[in-house]
Structure formats: structure tokens, C-alpha cells
Design a protein around this ligand. Sequence first.
Ligand SMILES: Cc1ncc(C[n+]2csc(CCOP(=O)(O)OP(=O)(O)O)c2C)c(N)n1
Ligand SMILES: [Mg+2]
Length: 365
Amino acid sequence: MAQTATRSKPATRSKTRRSSSPRRSGDKPFRGESPELLQDYFHEMTLIRRFEERAAQGYTQAKIGGYCHLNLGEEATVVGLMRALRKTDLLFTNYREHGYAIAKGIEPGRVMAELYGRTTGTSKGWGGSMHMFDVEAGLLGGYGIVGGQIPLATGAALAIDYRGGDQVVMCQMGDGTTNIGAFHEALNIAALWKLPVVFVVVNNQLGMGTTVERSSAEPELYKRAAAYRMHSERVDGNDVLAVRDAATRLVERARSGEGPALLEAVSHRLKGHSVVDPAKYRSEEEVEAAKQADPVLNFRQKLIEAGILSEESAAEIERKAQAEVDAAVAFADDSPHPDPATLFDYTYATPVANDSRRLPEDPVF
Ligand SMILES: Cc1ncc(C[n+]2csc(CCOP(=O)(O)OP(=O)(O)O)c2C)c(N)n1
Ligand SMILES: [Mg+2]
């Protein structure tokens, strides 16, 4: 395979930041920001919050089956990251991706329909919570295998580079994922070949019930990029503007051929690992700290203090978000279930020899 000029350039020296305190937007956080845009961020963060609360409810009503992991507490990270991407840029995520699907431009109704397992969902109802997929929106999954998205995202970045495109790949993952071998393999090759990919570690400080300190010998995860001489930054994941600015910097850097980067966004998980996890392993203090750091409520408060929202206009945005989620639920509920005969239609892109299409009730021989 021919090497492109970009890939044959030697890797540059690491510019990993020495300071471990996450970047924030500063004392005058809204200076130079358009009030409409800030209100729009608040709306989208609130929409994701309400959507996820409703998904949890749908699970207890048995409307949603299988696994279901929520972005509660990560809304500022999700919105900030997605605002750094163009529609044509590609996104790969882990299984905690409902908010990303919405913020990447997929109708909330289609996301809820996928959770409900209906034909109008992003994956025709066959994927469920962990497998949202929409080529048009640039969301290439939704992966349930921890780290499974990382080699695929790196491969997509290689394809873009090989074809000389100007898209960037964003590869989202959790803190626990940085201990998977594929993480290191992918970062190494991405740095060597200067691929247009931004790896994002959403550090919610827990991998299921295990803290970062217990699982990672270097708990400041952005520093892992140094092993690959890759640029990296750490940002306050509860600060939507700081996340947007850091992600934009790294995405545009990758787009202009300066190579991959690693962004660590530090926030909290407000609830259990999945909707069925009561999270008994967390101390009261830890849960309280997570609540205090709530990115949606804190952003609301700051916008009111800055005169960008009033109590009434904030409540109006919240009503609007609730109405959109109600409409998404109605759309999902009214949509048809898939025909079981189509179960295997989307397993492989091309025909595969010995592709078993046996349903549980079918005879083995
Ligand atoms: C290869 C593999 N190992 C283990 C699991 C089980 N598992 C699912 S999620 C998870 C924790 C991942 O934590 P993190 O990367 O921090 O992501 P978060 O859930 O916090 O978003 C584990 C161990 C899996 N799905 N895949
Ligand atoms: Mg985690």
C-alpha cells in the first residue's frame, strides 16, 4: 500500500500538558459568546437529561430491554464535543451513546425508537441502546465491547487520510477503556501515521464499580498520550464551553494534518453504570460531590446569574425539552416492531458462507 505524504512524516515531539488541573472557561466564562448559542447549549443539555431520565423510566416499564447506559452527568461533555464536529466528521462511541446520537443530529424519536426496538430506530430496532448507527449523521456506532470502537475509528481515520479527505474522526471511550490493549495499539499507529483522529476519554471516574485510582497506575489519563508522543489535554467535562474549545482545537489540528490527539474530559456519572445498577459501592460523599458538580443545573444557574436566561425562560426551555422527549416516546411507542424474519438481514454487509439464520424455535438439523 502506498504511503501518503502525511503518513510518512515523522511524529512530532509530545506536547502533553504537565499540569493536571482540568482546563475551565475562566472567571468571565461567557465573554464573547452569543446568548442564543448559550441558550441552545442549555436546551440540548436539558434535552439529553430529560431523554435519559425517560429512558430509565422506559426500562422499568419493560418498554426497553437489554443493556441501557445513560449519559446522566456527562451532558456538558457530550454537547461540547459534538459542537466541535462538522456533520461530515465521523464519530465512534462506546455503549453510553444516546446523548451523542442526539447531539450529532439524529432525531430524538429515532433514538428512542431504537431503545424501544422498533423499525423506525437508527438500527431498525435490531441494535438497541448500545448500537446506534447512522451513516448520514456520521455516527458509526455504538460499541458494546469495551475498546471495540478504537481500532475501527483508527481504521476510518486511515481511510480518510488514504483518500485525501478533510474529515476528522472522533473516538469516544470511557476511563476504564484506557487499560485495554487496543487503546495502546491504536494510539501508537495513529501517532506514527499522523492520522486525523481525536481520541476522547470521558473520565467519569468509574469503570463499572472500579475507580480510576484502583484500575490505572497513571490516573491522569491524558498523560498516556505521552508514551506515543501524542498531543493531549485535560479539560473540565462539566464545562460545556471548555470542552467545546478544547475539542475544536484538537479537531481542527487533526484536520490540518497535525496529527491525532487525546482529550480527557473529567466529569461524574450521576447514576449507576447501567440502569439496573443501584451503585451501592459509592459513598454518600461521592454521590453528593457528583450532584454538586451537576453540569446541567450549574450551567442553568450561571446563565441566570449572567442575565442570559431568566427563571421563566429557563423553565420555558425545560418545558420545550420535555415536550420533545414526550414526542419521541410517542413516536417510539407508535412504531412497529421488526419482523423476526429480518433478524439476520443486517448481520453482514456482504453474503457470508455458512451464515446461520436459525431462530431459537427452528430445528438444528
Ligand atoms: C472487552 C470487555 N471487557 C469487559 C466488558 C464489561 N464492561 C462493560 S462496561 C465496562 C466498564 C467500562 O468503563 P469505562 O471505560 O470507564 O466506561 P463508562 O461505562 O464509564 O462509560 C466493563 C468492564 C466489556 N463490555 N467488554
Ligand atoms: Mg468510566
